[in-house]
Design a protein around this ligand. Structure first.
Ligand code: GLA
Length: 385
């Protein structure tokens, strides 16, 4: 489903559900991350960008105080009551309820809302569908009630909602990528200084391909929290040893000394330092347009996520391995929280068809799964659609 079809379906469904036209429509994109994985919650560097997959929401005010939301993806309604938080077993309902409770408490909204929401961002595979879902609700309700919240303020609020609801400890990679992206530009974010630099995403004669392994692991949330904990533990030890105060002050010698305390913590922080360096290297290679080097950095990142940070999985390691046999494949790596989901790949345009065929054949033979393969474009963040 493309953007126009998505919008028109949401409008039609709104009409069916509420027998009127929506007051306004919003679009919220998903995101990928070119490089800089598991660095956002460690004061590091990353390079996310919004992609041409969206959540579309249609809204209008209603006469009572309830919030009725129809999800097109789940073909289901939920009715939410302000100041009466409930427990839902479905994640989307839980997220919707928490989001509405928090914006209600913060902005004192005085009327109810009818909403239809749906999208074409594959769910639960590292493309930030849940962050986009929360942002979509917040931006729609805020527009409807003319509440001024945008950019970093919006990102901070949405990060808080998501972490509180899901019990995660994510940084702001997803929210910044979705909200602050610009068309055809990657954003180099420095989470320590909270600064952003935009870099041209245009590379000649090659394209970015996403492969959804269709592996979904329960493990991912607890293991993610475990990684956050490990990095903080590592930093604490180095703070005591060297009197430093941030991840960014760690140097090679300090890192080496961590081996005496724990090899696991050493490996986690080794990934962090190398990955920060890869973000800077990536900027350089992108600006020079050296696609082979861009690909090599992606591959080095995957190796590090696999062996040092240990957040990959056999299926995606296999995808990376067989991709390496295809001429015209420059590089690729697992993206997002890890343990499954998607990988991104940079492939020469004239080899895309062959690459896709090889992947489907091999992956199906090995795992009996047909992967979902998507060519993506970078169309801009919230205000750029
Ligand atoms: C998830 C989190 C992000 C980030 C990535 C890993 O997507 O939501 O904040 O930590 O994992 O880079």
């Amino acid at each position: 489903m493309n953007k126009d079809q998505l919008i028109s379906q949401i409008e039609t469904d709104f009409n069916k559900q509420f027998a009127i036209k929506p007051k306004l429509l919003t679009l919220t994109p998903g995101r990928i991350n070119i490089i800089g994985e598991h660095t956002d919650y460690n004061e590091g560097l990353a390079m996310p960008v919004a992609i041409d997959r969206w959540i579309c929401a249609a809204v209008c005010k209603c006469s009572d105080k309830t919030f009725t939301i129809y999800s097109q993806n789940y073909n289901e309604n939920v009715v939410l009551i302000p100041h009466k938080q409930e427990k839902f077993k479905e994640v989307w309902k839980q997220l919707a309820d928490s989001t509405l409770q928090i914006i209600n408490a913060q902005f004192n909204i005085d009327s109810g809302v009818n909403m239809v929401i749906g999208g074409n961002i594959p769910i639960g595979c590292g493309l930030s569908s849940s962050s986009a879902f929360v942002i979509s609700i917040v931006q729609s309700v805020c527009h409807l009630f003319k509440i001024q919240i945008k950019d970093r303020g919006l990102a901070e609020l949405c990060q808080k909602i998501e972490n509180n609801t899901l019990g995660t400890a994510g940084g702001r990679l997803d929210q910044y990528g979705i909200i602050l992206s610009k068309k055809d530009q990657f954003m180099l974010i420095d989470f320590y200084h909270d600064s952003i630099e935009y870099i041209s995403a245009v590379l000649k004669d090659c394209s970015w391909i996403l492969i959804n392994s269709k592996v979904y692991r329960e493990l991912s949330e607890s293991a993610y929290l475990q990684r956050v904990k490990e990095c903080n533990e590592g930093l604490k030890i180095l703070k005591n040893k060297f009197g430093i105060s941030s991840f960014r002050e760690i140097d090679g010698l300090m890192l080496e000394s961590l081996k005496e305390n724990s090899v696991v913590l050493y490996k986690r922080l080794c990934h962090l330092l190398d990955e920060n360096q890869r973000v800077n290297d990536m900027k350089d290679k992108l600006q020079k347009g050296i696609v082979h080097e861009v690909g090599k950095i992606l591959q080095a990142s995957h190796e590090s996520l696999k062996t040092l940070y240990e957040v990959s999985c056999a299926e995606i390691d296999y995808i990376i391995k067989i991709s390496g046999n295809v001429t015209g494949w420059y590089g690729g790596r697992i993206i997002g929280g890890g343990f499954g989901g998607c990988s991104i790949h940079l492939v020469a345009d004239k080899r895309i068809e062959y690459f896709i065929n090889q992947l489907i054949i091999n992956y199906r033979t090995e795992y009996n799964i047909i992967p979902e393969i998507m060519k993506i474009e970078f169309t801009g963040g919230l205000n750029q659609l």
